[in-house]
Write a protein that binds this ligand. Sequence first.
Ligand code: ADP
Ligand code: MG
Length: 698
Amino acid sequence: MDLSYQEIKYLPGVGPKKADLLSKELGIRNVEDLLKHYPYKYVDRSRFYYLHEISEDMPFIQVKGQIVRFEKVGEGHNQRLTAIFTDGHGTLELVWFKGLKYVLDKYTTKIEYVIFGKPTAFNGRFNIVHPEIEIASKLPPPEQMGLQPFYNTSEKMKNSFLNSKAIQKIIFPLIQSIKTGIPETLPAYLLKKFALLNLTESLVNIHFPKNADLLNKARQRLKFEELFYIQLNLLQQTRWRDQHYKGFVFSKIGYYFNTFFNEHLPFELTNAQKRVLREIRIDVASGKQMNRLLQGDVGSGKTLVALMAMLMAVDNGFQACIMAPTEILATQHYVSLQEFLGDLGVQVALLTGSTRSKDRVVLHEKLRSGELNILIGTHAVIEDTVQFANLGLVVIDEQHRFGVEQRSRLWKKNTLLPHILVMTATPIPRTLAMTVYGDLSISVIDELPPGRKPIQTYHYYESKRQALNGFIVKQVEAGRQIYIVYPLIQESEKVDLQNLESGYEYIRETFPHYNVSMVHGKLKPKEKEFQMQKFVRGETQIMVATTVIEVGVNVPNASVMVIESAQRFGLSQLHQLRGRVGRGAEQSFCILLTGFKLASETRKRMEIMVRTNDGFEISEADLRLRGPGDLEGTQQSGLPFDLKIANLAQDGKMLEIARKVAMEILESDPQLEEKENRVMGNQLKKMKTNTLNWGSIS
Ligand code: ADP
Ligand code: MG
């Protein structure tokens, strides 16, 4: 009996129309999907309240009694119907704004009803608007009612009478019918080992819990299963990849790396940088293809690690390339890598959208001949015409700006896949990394270069703008530079651009003696570059910009980051922006400007920013506030799977256990061929295989 083959339109109470809605609105296509549409909350209907007990802060109440009388109030559109209800201990007003005739036909006095709904106080009396009403004698006794499920629906569904209650009515008989048992999807020994409820019991109790304890057990089981199969799937793919793709072997550390390390390195590497380099070194020498994600907070020195990894490639006769998401960043990498390398003799070139075609021809030739060692660029690097002699390592900086498709084109440039190092400054919580990037190895730089002063962050309301202006003057007079960032978000790009431009005018009027640069995405690359360089060289003191400066830009003398309309940015983005300052020896500041009226979630975001500079803490908070689907860094790709019940922010422990177990099982039975493991093999086959595999997307 495979429930994923059973269509829902044949279920009682569904039919083609509702089936269509369920599919369009919630992606529920078959009986299995429906069973996995778990309630998002439960309401305790195991007892009746007395009317003198109720208070307004109760989310729901259930009372038993009779309607004393009905009353129509108002005229025409404003008409409503009320009913006075009593249970002998107090009275309650029931109110309807719609379906008055239906209500009057259906309900009457002198019958015992059970009323269910959210109480509100009005004019010194409690009322329930559009209550749920059932004839008391037709309901099971309250102790059997237990916890009632509530299901997510959409506005469209509600309009078509598919509210939570309706879904409950569809699922209820289904649950009755599966009570006889459906095939288990976890092997018996795992159920036993972790004392998990079987699948049938779990489904019964997740929808209609007999009690809180069973609900909890059902949850545990279903969460475990969900996390376990994601991990099993990822790990199996990784094993497969490791067996099928050989990697280039960088067997030695040679002249370039050593000379650079001994003679060019202007400072001591941090311990974290050293550790990550060792991890990379082991990978590239192993004969397997490296797929490594390097996480490191802004300013933690990832570029240098990338450079040294590329030198490993060059030492072994390979070429390397580094891709950055914007032209500004690529150019900056080019400048700083050249500075680092000095006269080492490594051939480096820059390729971006604005490289002239004459230069391009020369560059292409040098790449093909192998004369060029390191190519730095934007996505221009992956154009079809670009061919390498022997590309051994690809570094992708700020990976979330690159689409999967763009990455995949790079893989096609070689017969053997190059080693891949993906770098991100958007710290991804460990649990998320283990799921989204579960098939990548992960390195973390969890230490900043010494001597950095933590950035001081303040949240100012608009009303403090004068004070802020005074502060800006002080900083510029002390020789510092200032960023002022405006939101530019696609939906309202025009308005945003106007804001940016009037902001620019305001700054020029307010600070007539200072030079001001302006950069935004609509500028031609040449102009952007020109404005940027003026700021980098210190010719302009203030940079008014959109988030184009978000990633990577490095101007150590800039010490103040002002973020206008900070409420419009997500936590990770705010943190990224803040990371543009605090790169030099001076004390740096970040000012978050907002209006006074803020949603409570926004206020929390500001508080977190003010409280901490720790990117990992911020990403954890982001995960809690917004949920994984919205997290930056995963936004573009989306989560490669849908979590129905597990919660990455809360179930980290369970995730680690599930991953460990999955690893052990694959270790002893890689193909899942043993009799007791077959159930898992079948389950994996069934799973949608849309899990992203960063290493071999081609
Ligand atoms: P990110 O990780 O954000 O890309 P960068 O690689 O741009 O950071 O490094 C930020 C700054 O720190 C650069 O100016 C870089 O030269 C410097 N830096 C990197 N490593 C060290 C180190 N070990 N000690 C001191 N400064 C370092
Ligand atoms: Mg960087």
